[in-house]
Design a protein around this ligand. Sequence first.
Ligand code: DGJ
Length: 713
Amino acid sequence: MKYIPTFIFLILFSLTAPAEDIKTYDDGKSWTLFSGVSAYNIRVRDNAPAELYHFGTAARDFSLQDKAVGPELPVRGGHYVCRPVAEVVFNDGVRDLELEFVKYEIDRTGEYPVLVLVHKDIHYPLEIIEYIKVIDDYGLYEKRTEIRNTGKKHDVVIENLQSGNFYLPKDQYEMYSLTGHWGDEFQPSVTLLTPGVKSVEVKNFRSFGSSFFAVRPEGETSRTSGKVWFGTLKYSGNWRMDFEKFTTGEVQVASGINFWDQSMTLKPGESFVSPEWVFGYTENGMDGVTGSLTGYTRDKIVHPSHRGQVRPVLYNSWYATEFDVNEEQQLELAGIAKDLGVEIFVIDDGWFKGRFNDNGGLGDWTVDRTKFPDGLSPLIRKINEMGMDFGIWIEPEMVNENSDLYRAHPDWVLHYPTRTRHTYRNQLMLNLAREDVYQYLYRSISALLKEYNIKYVKWDFNRGISEPGWPDAGKDSQRTVRIRYVQNLYRLYDALRAEFPDVWFENCASGGGRVDLGLISKTDFCWASDNTDPVDRTFIQYSYLGAFPANTMISWVTFEDHHRQGHPIDFKFDVALCGVLGIGYDITEWTDEEKTVAAGKVALYKEIRETVHNGEQYLLVSPYLSDRSALQFVSRDGKESVVFVYNLAEDLQNSSPETRSSPLITLKGLDPDADYRIDGIEGIHSGASLLNYGVEFPVYGAYKSGIFKIHRI
Ligand code: DGJ
């Protein structure tokens, strides 16, 4: 490997994981953090910077490990051996950091313990503080890093600050991540990590995949077993993750804000803290990854306002009426939606001033009086009288040139005076880093939510950054614009959510263009894709649910049929029922029979949503590897389970009977010693049999689906 420590350092480490989450050894300079089945062992030699000795199974003898695998806090400075987590420039032009260990602390004031490691530069007044939270019950750690300018005279420029890094022992590894583009989000990608660097990064604020990753020994890990190191970043701007395979075989994994074309100047006394990077280690294959990350996100990250509550059934009128909205036609849709069992009626794009197509209106967040002469109150009142809540669409971060806002404040968008202001979907991006833009958006949205009884906000974001200039900020501060933008985006959400705690917030970015733990922590759920074709969705949702919980994934039933199969609506509903159900059809065109099917599916959603939204989720059969897909959810008390089966071909896998895979599906998360009843399948099934032998679900033929409720007896 590239980093070779020049000392031998022996401490007697215990053979088995002690009960404590953070063990400090007698020298006061060595720690093992225990989380789930993993141990993370850090040591300080003299006052040299901390080094990582082991991250992986807790079932090992740390005393055998006398060589570090890499610096815990690699910086630009000294021998440049690893990817630096911190890179700064001092006032006199020195670009190297040279750190020494100062002290540690274990902070137990929060829900989880945090090991705080303080380092300082040997010459300049600067501290780097690393925070490592141990989230033992989910087998996770959360790292963030802070740089403090402790001087009194000079500025320090941060050119890079990653949230953290770790190292994997010598081996052949493959890296799984989620990539994609609009309409084809969250597609799995697996790559062999060969010597060199594999980077995944976002440069324009939009990802369509996510910062989720999983690294595993090549070919050894399955869905149900094997070692995996995995994680994701809690950040919504430009981010990056880097996997550097050294020629000696070890791998460094680092992640954080993408500092490409960004920097941050710290004045004396100022500090900058990176976003949190959540990561972990499991020996239960990709199931272990899904269980840890989705459980943690569902229980601890999703915005607390509605955390733990089942998600409502939505109707959204976008596909039915697009920009051409009025009270009469929305009420007609609402009347039918109510009969179907819908709980929140959402009017999408098109309701605000000057919004007749995507060429105008964005920025002016008041009601268009030509469409709603009496405002929205009469519509909302009637919808409320029908027993439904009312929701609305906004895209606050954008502006059309054809808007009052842009005419008044053309300087409020990201721009360079000498460069073309490139539009996308006829819109420009407001510079939310500006305080006046922040205040305007806060005032406009807050006024809207105060004036009207709005209980749901769909917050859209339909373009990426271009021309990231901020002329008023001056040359030195301009490069902070993306970072400050994201800070103000979070601040805006925080202010609105504090003021309107009972309003649901949807994170939409065209398709799933901005799904990450950062925005999940500010909202209740995400729009995963503009692609609502049920077959395409089966793939997108399978991958999404491997990394994110079902209660964050909105899924609509619409007319889209990309494969020209003429799917009946029951198949479409079954696909949408494994997330947060929305209906996006022009339901005025539905036959009575379709309305009956839809009402039945909405009723089924209400029966199973406690298990789907708040239970443990499992991927059973991958559509990427077979001709069907299957998912399972198990309630927290283990009494109920729901299995979703989607057939995508006439015969299951391959063309002839002798090569077809078994029709049996083995289940997960059940008690092997308990007995179960499955609705729609005769008999009593032992947990052991369902877990090991499996069960044949009666779903036959292409584009057929089934939702099976399983009850512990
Ligand atoms: C993109 C979203 O994904 C759609 O659902 C819809 O809200 C449109 N924007 C409206 O402009």
